[in-house]
Design a protein around this ligand. Structure first.
Ligand SMILES: Cc1ncc(COP(=O)(O)O)c(C=O)c1O
Length: 377
């Protein structure tokens, strides 16, 4: 059996629906749900074993780092993408008059943490998109001598626009500007090489292309940014403790180059158990096979939608996993597709978003296109 067919079988939802909504949440493979359930089951039997849970978390750091082209020592678990982005925004040492560059297409998770810095005297220099389109040159045009950081999504949540992060990383590194990437729409579906690309912070959650549960995420940092960041919150972690040796208690961070110093308290161990199972599925399918497959399907879907005369707004500079279609009534279109067994989402700006994952196949694409034909009438 082809790997794609085997992979699809892990997701029973594919028997019922053409699931085109990974940009919202991944459907869970029962194995992932079972791994989380098994964690709780252990606790009902008084099998609490924190040292083992921490070892499991560290093992997942290794897998995540391998998957995104980073280093396990520079992975901190977060509750989600938003927390990772806030950790960077609040952990940097801003000076009055510093600025950062942010485009007008970002998900609120990658806008609010930066906008909040206005109260610390940071100027926000906005990249104004054309329709849903902008590129590295547009971002670069907003950079000036006081720019300290650029924040951008690898793949935009609404339009599916994919940015050339490698090119942006090259330019940012030359100027010593922090490059912060919201990676959640691409991670697991597309191949990231965060260290080679010069990404200083890569924030992502488990619940989209990484096929894991909600409520767990991670932040990967470059050595330089990790060194520069002060944790916005302090709590006990694998490398943070209260030193009481001198009578007066004080904070001791035992290793500044270990991203675990950004973690506080217990981790989301059940989430980590589920995410570990999900990454296991990706690793056994072969992460290098996923990107070409998903792009092949998304490319066929985009072509088919355009042939139907639909207004696909997703820019085409780089192939994307998402196709977004502008419609006069995207909510009605969504309901109509659902009746035909297609799961998608409606997002801001009257867009119907169709996003594919590795469990999809060409039969799904055809089913979506058959259902979409009705939208033209
Ligand atoms: C680009 C982008 N960033 C952030 C988020 C929110 O992620 P989280 O819930 O992990 O913070 C989403 C989706 O919900 C998203 O599409």
């Amino acid at each position: 059996m082809a790997w794609q067919d085997e992979f699809r079988e892990l997701f029973p939802i594919t028997r019922e629906f053409a699931y085109a909504n990974v940009a919202y949440t991944s459907p869970l493979a029962p194995r992932v749900a079972q791994a989380t359930a098994a964690f709780f089951d252990g606790i009902t039997r008084a099998r609490s074993d924190k040292p083992q849970w921490l070892r499991d978390a560290d093992a997942l750091r290794v897998s995540l780092a391998r998957l995104i082209g980073g280093d396990a020592r520079r992975v901190a678990f977060m509750k989600n993408t938003t927390e990772g982005l806030n950790t960077v925004a609040q952990g940097l040492d801003w000076e009055e008059g510093d600025n950062l560059v942010l485009d007008d297409q970002e998900h609120p998770s990658n806008a609010l943490p930066w906008l909040s810095l206005r109260r610390r005297g940071v100027e926000i220099r906005t990249v104004h998109s054309r329709g849903h389109d902008f590129n590295v040159d547009d971002i670069w045009a907003r950079v000036d001598a006081r720019t300290r950081l650029i924040a951008v999504s690898w793949v935009q949540y609404a339009s599916g626009l994919r940015i050339d992060v490698a090119e942006l990383g090259r330019r940012a590194a030359e100027r010593g500007i922090w490059l912060v990437v919201d990676g959640i729409q691409g991670a697991g579906l597309l191949r990231a090489q965060v260290d080679a690309w010069g990404v200083d912070a890569f924030a992502f959650g488990a619940h989209k292309g990484l096929l894991g549960p909600l409520g767990v995420g991670a932040l990967h940092l470059s050595p330089r940014l990790l060194e520069a960041l002060d944790p916005p919150y302090l709590g006990p972690s694998a490398v943070t403790l209260v030193d009481r040796s001198s009578g007066e208690p004080h904070v001791r961070a035992t290793d500044r180059s270990d991203a675990r110093r950004l973690e506080t308290g217990n981790l989301n161990y059940p989430g980590i158990a589920g995410w570990t199972a999900a990454i296991g599925l990706i690793e056994s399918a072969g992460p290098e096979r996923i990107e070409p497959w998903v792009l092949e399907l998304a490319g066929a879907l985009g072509d088919g939608l355009r042939e139907l005369g639909l207004d696909v707004v997703t820019p085409r500079h780089l192939p994307s996993t998402t196709n977004s279609v502008r419609l006069s009534d995207s909510a009605a279109a969504l309901a109509r597709l659902r009746r035909d067994g297609v799961v998608a989402s409606a997002v801001e700006g009257g867009l119907l978003r169709l996003s594919l994952g590795p469990y999809n196949n060409h039969a799904d694409v055809e089913r979506i296109l058959r259902a979409a034909r009705g939208l033209t009438h």
